[in-house]
Write a protein that binds this ligand. Structure first.
Ligand code: 5SP
Ligand code: CO
Length: 219
């Protein structure tokens, strides 16, 4: 961790034909975590990979894995993703009925629970679970694809979460995901964001190290 701000490249935008090389490249470039987007073709209109690939990524990675579940009924899969090596395990509030139970289960399994919010979901729905989570993921695009445009009104959610955290003496991390780049990362950091997921901004750049260093200067 550097300056308590974490950069988590989303592998969704990497070259999957050279997965291990891409992981090594972003780790050597100084990233703090790897963000893994799990999509099931139901909760979001796209599909990626499951626990087997997560376990393979775990074998070759040195930094913590931040596993973002964009799937229906994630409660059926918690054990599998923790066994596969998830350090942070994130469920969408919109995909879960018994959120308190799911968060507690992730903790019992030994991972750090995180909850994600779609762009249209207000943060106040999390008021009664915030004391139990390690991280809140504020989606700044509609989940399903990399390379989309940042939705600017999510900043109000970041402000509310940062204020709630302060007023209640909590220490969950605030993470943003979607359309993060050098034009918005500095402002988000000042508002209280701790973890910055970036897919296309890192993997479409020519020099991952330079891009991550530029991000870090803006934090
Ligand atoms: O969860 C998601 C998309 O659903 C993200 O993690 C994206 O993969 C971020 O990609 P960029 O917007 O940074 O290209
Ligand atoms: Co994600």
């Amino acid at each position: 961790m550097k300056n308590n701000k974490l950069i988590a490249p989303s592998l969704l935008s990497c070259d999957f034909t050279h997965l291990a090389d891409e992981i090594m490249a972003v780790e050597n470039a100084g990233c703090d975590m790897l963000h893994l987007d799990i999509m099931d073709g139901h909760f979001v209109p796209n599909m990626t990979f499951g626990p087997f690939i997560v376990s393979q990524i775990k074998r070759v990675s040195k930094v913590p894995l931040d596993v973002h579940l964009m799937i229906e009924a994630p409660d059926m899969w918690l054990e599998r993703y923790v066994e596969a090596g998830a350090d942070y395990l994130c469920v969408h509030q919109e995909s879960v009925v018994h959120l308190n139970r799911v968060v507690n289960r992730i903790t019992e399994l030994g991972a750090k629970p995180a909850v994600a919010l779609n762009p249209a979901t207000p943060p106040q729905v999390l008021e009664y679970v915030l004391e139990f989570v390690d991280m809140v993921l504020v989606m700044s695009v509609n989940p399903g694809f990399g390379g989309q445009k940042y939705i600017s009104n999510i900043i109000k959610k970041v402000e509310w979460l940062a204020r709630f955290r302060e007023e209640n003496g909590l220490n969950f991390l605030i993470e943003v995901d979607g359309g993060i780049n050098r034009t918005n990362i500095g402002m988000l950091s000042k508002k209280g964001v701790d973890v910055f997921v970036a897919g296309s901004a890192i993997f479409s750049s020519d020099d991952y190290k330079k891009t991550i260093e530029e991000f870090r200067e803006l934090l």
